[in-house]
Design a protein around this ligand. Sequence first.
Ligand code: DGJ
Length: 749
Amino acid sequence: MITCENGIFAIQAEAYSYLFRVNHQGRLEHLYFGAPVKTTDAEAFYCRPGLGWGASLLLDDKDPASCPDTMALEWSCSGRGDLRESPMAFGGQTKSPVYHSHAVFDGIAPMESGLPQAQEASQTLLVTLAQPGLEIQLYYTAFPTVLTRRTVVKNTGSETLSLTKLMSFCLDLPGSYHITTFDGSWIQEMGKHTLPVLDSRIVNESTTGFSSNRHNPGILLSDPEATEDSGRVYGFNLVYSGNHYSSAQRSHQQLTRVMMGISPDNFCWKLAPGADFEAPEAVLAVSDAGFDGLSQNMHRFVNDHIIPKKWQNRARPILYNDWEGCGFRFDHNRLLGLARKAKKLGCELFVLDDGWFGKRNDDHAGLGDYTVNKKKLPFGLKGLASAVNKLGMEFGLWFEPESVNPDSDLYRAHPDWVLRDEHPLILGRHQLLLDLTKPEVRDYIVEKVSRVLDSANISYVKWDMNRHSVALGEKSHRYILGLYDVLGRIFGPRPNILLESCASGGNRFDLGMLCFSPQIWCSDNTDPIDRLAIQTGLSYLYPQSTFGAHVSAAPHAQTLRHTPLATRGNVSFFGCLGYELDLKHLLPVEIKEIQAQITFYKQYRKIFQFGRFRRLAEGWQVSRGDTTLAGLYSGLCHAAPGYQWLKVKGLNPKVDYRMVSRQQRLRIGQFGGLITHIAPISINPHGILMRTVDHHVTLPDGQEDIHCSGAALASGVALAPRFLGTGYDKNARTQGDFGSNVYVIEPAP
Ligand code: DGJ
């Protein structure tokens, strides 16, 4: 519900209240953003400047309350006395628009530039600030758990304006906060870093042309005392896939100014008379229930308002992807062999990754030429897809449509189609980006990809992008608009195709891409132990339905780490499960284990993908209806480990529950020479007999089956003892390094 009475604007939603006022000088003063309060509380939040601070610049010399520098503001002018960072810049020109008018609409206010935006809001407030020759429109759209804000600048004068910075929002929050950013690189995405916001500005920015794996656009501001379950935490994110910027800085008056938008780095947009410029939509969330409460608000918003409607709450298929198993080396028969095996394991979708077209036999050539390689696929995609369909699986295909290799027919025909400037070309992974600002390039991509999609029964697309951009400022923004245009034109008419976007893993994991692709391949790093950190980082801002999570081979390709197959499954369960390894060499015991994993996941898939997610001290949990699933993960083992407890959150303390762990099996080979202590005959631990037994026989690991109240589970129930080096105990948990398990908690029958 949005109201405006007596100069007080109030946005009241299920999870928050947002209050601001227009003051006697037409400035918008921020009053409150937090857990719901009454609109009549507004006055209580007003920061009174008294007689003002020394050295102030006053808009009215007789009015000490007229200093913009010390006000908590919704928007700040450039020049004119607010000496803090400005959310807008016009190449050095002073701009100071003031309140002009406002209006409230039902639903969203559709954007006009082609940027994606959240859908199905209750109401939108538009406040217009104006001065001669300029209008600033501030949009506030209310969703149940978040507010979105965006800014439009309009040139209402007769001279062209040079817009060099425009944030999507600017806000002054009372008090001091810690800022959390999510940073990294290829195969190390979403590393969580927290530091106090003090008097110097802290910036979270991407200048790579994309939202980037270096700095995810989403940030948190938290009360220094906030914990996982208590205290105030704010979250901010941007519905945008290009260069982004956000900053936080505390003022002398203890106001923390935060803003977010397109990166102003090298940005310059010529705004002709009558023209306007739209900044992307920003998301603002708050919770007084700690980081968990904040994540919950963000998750609900993404699942209900960002993901394409068709895929909201729709179960995602368990896929097999051939990339880590085959790379570029495959043909029809090898793929079909893998598909048969994947089907036997229980997979539902077979995805053919890179290498199916042109001269794409390694990553030096062929990108851009989407003509099927008939040597590898003599029956074409149609033949392969229908053979896969006949097995009872869906078929999916990889593309990297934004890129081109210099060694490709496309580049030879259109060298002018690549993104470049007057300098020599720079390659990344031996490739260039196509210039998506050009209509003919966009038409080519739409035509080529659409034709392939319509040539066979393709129900899933992996849309990859594997290099940084060289475009700066305006060009860089126009590229992203071009990308959204292409995605909308290809997938809008094909809503049944499940789109998973990817950019060397998580180099473009953002809300803009999620408006088109319900899930994103979040990292090329599939090592489950590294994945614990990556998926935990993502979980602060994005629900688990948005990330692809695959089981791959051990030792792992990037870490050489050996992890139990059970743990690889237990980590990947908390996302959209897939398998990505060569299935040809799976041992009989591994086949059984994967079959058991897939059966388990299918039983609880909706809970894993869409359940209410929570971070635990040593793992994660998801809940939906009466069922909770908790994953508990260990690092390196130590001799003589102590007791261990599992605390489960969010249960009804009065209800009696049964907690059962997933039955896991122990490999005989894991015991090595120890087996000789219990075997009736002498066995060579490296011999054929031992190997044969190891490949076919497993021992049951200890399984929990605990009946107790929700109150007991919240307090922490004692788990079975761990391996103590004194023999095999069928009731103990013999997990070894990087062991884990998943626990199913349901009301007792
Ligand atoms: C990078 C992606 O992240 C991988 O999953 C794979 O699709 C390769 N590209 C293929 O070249």
